[in-house]
Design a protein around this ligand. Structure first.
Ligand code: SF4
Length: 333
């Protein structure tokens, strides 16, 4: 029997190339090897945005459309919405009981999130009970499917560690080996930086969305940082100090293209504006199929909703089987 993977993403709006290259592309490959469950973590969105839910519904659909466009195949993967699988909330209760408080307090990702919240909203902002429960809820997502592995970015590895600890503790307490201790599957792709050279992120306004048009993409690429010491086309360039544009070439260009760019840049035969115009075209070419599919789903939104309700059903089936065993092990009535 093939191994099972599960992974999720918070609905933060339309996804960018960091999500695509860093996570989704990996899922698209893995779905052929594993029994795959991918879900939109809408409860996790509430841990920090419980008071900003105007866009939540739209964002869930946007994430789903980006995944489908990028190649997540609903015929082989189960695509669902966290809050449509209420079994997760019940499992969250049992896992919460066996999780020592200092395990969640130690969680490094949570500490970072708390720090960001504090600087954003001033000294008085409260860290909610729900946010403290982030790592336990995430463990519930993963153990709900009794997954063998979880494909995530490096920033999530600490969460997978806690999940393994919680699984082990549950197994010890209830004298069972029911829960697998899930392994992280790290992405082999290089991280893509934002147009300004910092981490790509929606709130930094330095991202390129999967759903951006070709025109918008081309315009954005023209703002990418290059070799700052270069003024004129004939100045000898240093591709390795070209902070963003050349890095993008290495991600999106063919080996030949990269070699040509490097050589012409170093010899002062290539201007940065021309270079970025070409780069924009290469990136647009690479994304054209995905974007066509994205537009298809936008205009066939009922199909997207059908895919999600089908996925919700499949996920709940697996979840209710796991939950029955858990209730039994805990000796609930
Ligand atoms: Fe970067 Fe291209 Fe300019 Fe060279 S020519 S510095 S690779 S943008």
């Amino acid at each position: 029997m093939s191994q099972l993977i599960v992974s999720g993403m918070r609905p933060t709006g339309k996804l960018h190339l960091g999500h695509y290259l860093g996570v989704i592309q990996n899922w698209v490959e893995l779905q052929h090897k594993y029994d795959s469950y991918f879900f939109v973590a809408d409860w996790h969105a509430l841990t920090t945005k419980y008071d900003k839910t105007d866009e939540l519904k739209a964002d869930v659909l946007n994430v789903a459309m980006d995944w489908l466009a990028a190649g997540i195949d609903p015929n082989i993967s189960t695509v669902y919405v966290q809050s449509y699988v209420p079994e997760i909330a019940e499992l969250n209760v049992y896992l919460g009981m066996v999780t020592p408080q200092n395990w969640v307090e130690r969680d490094p990702t949570l500490k970072d999130m708390a720090k960001i919240l504090r600087t954003k909203e001033g000294q008085n902002s409260q860290i909610s009970y729900g946010l403290m429960g982030y790592p336990v809820l995430m463990s519930a997502d993963i153990l709900m499917m009794n997954a063998d592995a979880v494909p995530v970015g490096v920033d999530q590895v600490a969460h997978i560690e806690i999940t393994r600890d919680i699984a082990r503790r549950f197994n010890n307490i209830y004298n069972t080996d029911f829960f697998h201790e899930p392994q992280p599957i790290l992405n082999h792709c290089s991280l893509i930086c934002g147009l300004d050279g910092n981490k790509m992120g929606k709130s930094f306004h330095n991202d390129i969305k999967i759903s951006d048009t070709e025109e918008v993409t081309a315009k954005k690429i023209m703002t990418a940082i290059t070799d700052r010491s270069r003024m004129r086309k004939t100045d000898l360039g240093h591709p390795d100090e070209c902070e963003v544009a050349f890095k993008y070439w290495k991600i999106f260009g063919s080996e030949d293209q990269v070699a040509t760019v490097k050589c012409e840049c170093e010899n002062g035969e290539r201007g940065c504006a021309d270079c970025k115009r070409q780069l924009g075209a290469v990136i647009n070419e690479r994304l054209s199929e995905i974007r066509e599919k994205r537009v298809y789903y936008e205009t066939h939104i009922d199909e997207v909703k059908d895919i999600l309700s089908e996925g919700n059903k499949k996920a709940r089936k697996r979840a209710s089987e796991v939950l029955a065993t858990v209730r039994d092990l805990v000796r609930m009535y």
